[in-house]
Design a protein around this ligand. Structure first.
Ligand SMILES: Nc1ncnc2c1ncn2[C@@H]1O[C@H](COP(=O)(O)OP(=O)(O)OP(=O)(O)O)[C@@H](O)[C@H]1O
Ligand SMILES: [Mg+2]
Length: 235
């Protein structure tokens, strides 16, 4: 569904990603792991178009999207749950969800997606009139995921959804991601520092280091590699 080819990007004169080629296959969960500063967020933001591509290609459903604006990429079916959630604290839960639907033109589709998000996260339905800033960290993450789903994406990107969240809620969120994948067939590309969980969720994994992919493979293989055991699993 998504493929990057020799992707280079960065900030101003500074190049962070140096030739990243990855693939998120249709109907699969793909994970990207890597330590702080490896370039994971930069990769996500380059795919969504917030950070410009300097060189290389981003192919989405076969079309090179690397030079089209970010909002057009949402319209084509890419949606990001950003690092740190970035919800609008002074708006209600439901207003935040409505913001995620700005590319939709059909009222019916909007209602359907809203109902879907509420069925996925009943907690959000209960709190729909509440200001988003009054939510707990885990609920905010549910809201960020819900908002990303409101546009009805074919490809869901998540940038460290487990960051700063209690383990029991992390489990719940990962269960929802698995359901989205298995029941709805959503294609998911996930960035995680929670390596153990990411490896168990994803079928294919890339290891990003200093802006380049240093290791990739089916998750069982990557889990078994000495480098990953030592550097990321503390074994
Ligand atoms: N807006 C920016 N301007 C300049 N440099 C930036 C900017 N954002 C990130 N960087 C730099 O790009 C590099 C990669 O950062 P990035 O946020 O992509 O890493 P990351 O893998 O997501 O790290 P983390 O695990 O801490 O979230 C870092 O050296 C960072 O300092
Ligand atoms: Mg990051």
């Amino acid at each position: 569904m998504l493929r990057t080819e020799d992707l280079h990007s960065g900030y101003g004169e500074v190049t962070i990603l140096r030739g990243v080629s990855i693939e998120a296959r249709e109907g699969k969960i793909t994970a990207i792991i890597g330590s702080n500063g490896a370039g994971k967020t930069t990769l996500m933001n380059t795919i969504t178009g917030v950070v410009p591509t300097k060189k290389g290609k981003i192919l989405f459903k076969g079309e090179d999207i690397s030079r089209i604006p970010a909002h057009e990429r949402v319209r084509l079916g890419i949606s990001l749950v950003p690092e740190g959630r970035k919800i609008f604290g002074r708006l209600t839960v439901e207003r935040n969800l409505i913001m995620g639907a700005y590319t939709l033109t059909s009222e019916e589709k909007f209602r359907e997606n809203l109902e879907f998000v509420y069925s996925l996260f009943p907690r959000l339905r209960e709190r729909r009139k509440q200001l988003a800033r009054s939510l707990s960290g885990g609920e905010m993450q549910m809201l960020a995921i819900g908002r990303a789903l409101m546009s009805g994406p074919d490809l869901l990107l998540l940038d460290e959804p487990s960051l700063g969240i209690a383990p029991v809620i992390v489990k719940q969120i990962f269960r929802v991601l698995r359901e989205l994948n298995e029941r709805e067939g959503k294609t998911i590309l996930l960035v995680e520092q929670n390596v153990k969980e990411a490896l168990s969720l994803a079928s294919y994994v890339y290891v990003l280091k200093n802006g380049a992919i240093v290791l990739e493979g089916p998750s069982e293989e990557v889990s078994a590699s000495d480098e990953v055991k030592k550097s990321y699993l503390g074994m």
